[in-house]
Write a protein that binds this ligand. Sequence first.
Ligand SMILES: NC(=O)C1=CN([C@@H]2O[C@H](COP(=O)(O)OP(=O)(O)OC[C@H]3O[C@@H](n4cnc5c(N)ncnc54)[C@H](O)[C@@H]3O)[C@@H](O)[C@H]2O)C=CC1
Ligand SMILES: O=C(O)C(=O)Cc1ccc(O)cc1
Length: 301
Amino acid sequence: MSFTRITVVGLGLIGSSVARAARARIEGVQVTGYDADPEVRATAREIGLCDEIADDADAAAREADLVVLCVPVGAMGRAAADLAPALPADAIVTDVGSCKASVVEALAAALPGHVIVPAHPVAGTEQSGPTAGFATLFNHRWCILTPPEGTDPVAVDRVAGFWRALGAEVETMAPDHHDRVLAVTSHLPHLIAYTIVGTASDLEEVTQSEVIKYSAGGFRDFTRIAASDPTMWRDVFLANREAVLDMLQRFSEDLALLQRAIRWGQGDALFDHFTQTRAIRRSIVEQGQDDARADFGRTHE
Ligand SMILES: NC(=O)C1=CN([C@@H]2O[C@H](COP(=O)(O)OP(=O)(O)OC[C@H]3O[C@@H](n4cnc5c(N)ncnc54)[C@H](O)[C@@H]3O)[C@@H](O)[C@H]2O)C=CC1
Ligand SMILES: O=C(O)C(=O)Cc1ccc(O)cc1
């Protein structure tokens, strides 16, 4: 049974994409939007993002049969607690947070007795805000559900159906496992981008405008990632601290090996490593899982 009254809380990149995709792809759905920021609510009204924009959490919650929480992971507990008093007992709650164990805990504490099916659509861009979203964002992208043990399987199926209706492929995982996988595939790459762009800007005094002038190469790709939302990523690193620190330790060890190979002129070791990483990139591209920007280009042709 599909949902007919969906409330999206947090109308930024992901929330506005969920609202757009739901209205475009689920027949007869009524989408209500809510954001704590009045300017975001005003913009959402101006661009006609939802069928209705609520001015407070009670009005947002009252009629919902599905709530999709699309706020930064550090704000999930607060956003859920604000909805709790008016949320119908049979409403199902899902979210889109980039890490899951801390969100599962925060939502369970804020919404005792409610059915919660946490989710992470692994799709996005470096943009944020209500005008940045687009209806095709989730097309052919993974959405990982991390229902805590004992979650009603019918509710899990309904939420899986919702994400499939938005175009995503659905997979299920334990929250801790999700957080370790995403620490290496998403969180660590963002940390590296934030670091290298910072390093280059520290050097800028020496190199004058060369950092900008010659940034057509690899550095430019890092600047895109490093332009990602500061609040969102602060929250991700604090919430997924253990897994990120563990992956960072492994990364540092691997970096030290490459450093050593360069120092001692071990060309074969470098060549073998780069050959392996090239094969990984090619297999990702073959599976059609190259980056969100490429997908953005394709879907906006
Ligand atoms: N940006 C990305 O590429 C992806 C982000 N995510 C996750 O999606 C969530 C949202 O990220 P974005 O849409 O990129 O952020 P965003 O910054 O574009 O939007 C977040 C919105 O939440 C609102 N908000 C904050 N606290 C609130 C509260 N207590 N109640 C109501 N509204 C509140 C903000 O005013 C803002 O408009 C995050 O949890 C993030 O980890 C998941 C996949 C991809
Ligand atoms: O813009 C990019 O390259 C991303 O990696 C987007 C992204 C950011 C956070 C997520 O949890 C999922 C996807």
